[in-house]
Design a protein around this ligand. Structure first.
Ligand code: ZN
Length: 162
């Protein structure tokens, strides 16, 4: 991709989140642990979640990993958006984010920070970067919690996902 295109794509908020993520790290205790890898760019996200005692709501969510500004900014914005949400609410946000990456509607005001990623939809090569954390979150929420899954995190590659 020419650098000119990248400049327009990396909006201020994406760069800020990339340089100073607010949700980098690991939650304690860890109730769900999911790794995601995007081979097309080399992005890796290691997502940890703390759930409420009923396993219905996300109490805390953090990520670690390495990757491009789009992948890491998307993970950071996602963590803010889904913290405190129920699992069905979070899964709806995943669907909506993936739809926005396909050119769908923006988020309403409550989640408007996520709209910073909307410009990525114009760059098909980078959509997988933006979707990586959301893809990992979906797997984390849909996989049953076991001690094994905490010790050995689930691993998902989005190679085959559009
Ligand atoms: Zn990337």
């Amino acid at each position: 991709m020419p650098l000119d295109n990248l400049r327009g794509l990396y909006q201020q908020v994406i760069l800020e989140r990339y340089k100073k993520p607010r949700n980098f790290g690991r939650v304690n205790p860890v109730h769900r642990h999911q790794r995601g890898h995007n081979p097309s760019c080399g992005d890796t996200i290691d997502l940890t979640l703390q759930l409420d005692p009923n396993q219905e709501r996300i109490v805390d969510i953090k990520f670690e990993g390495e990757g491009c500004a789009i992948a890491l900014a998307s993970a950071d914005l996602m963590a803010d958006a889904v913290r405190g949400r129920t699992i069905p609410e979070a899964l709806q946000l995943v669907e909506r984010f993936q739809a926005m990456m396909r050119g769908g509607e923006e988020f309403p005001r409550e989640y408007r920070s996520l709209n910073a990623m909307k410009g990525v939809a114009q760059f098909p090569v980078r959509i997988k970067c933006a979707n990586l954390a959301w893809h990992a979150l979906k797997h984390a929420l849909q996989s049953p919690a076991t001690d094994d899954s905490v010790e050995e995190p689930g691993f998902v590659s989005n190679e085959s996902i559009d």
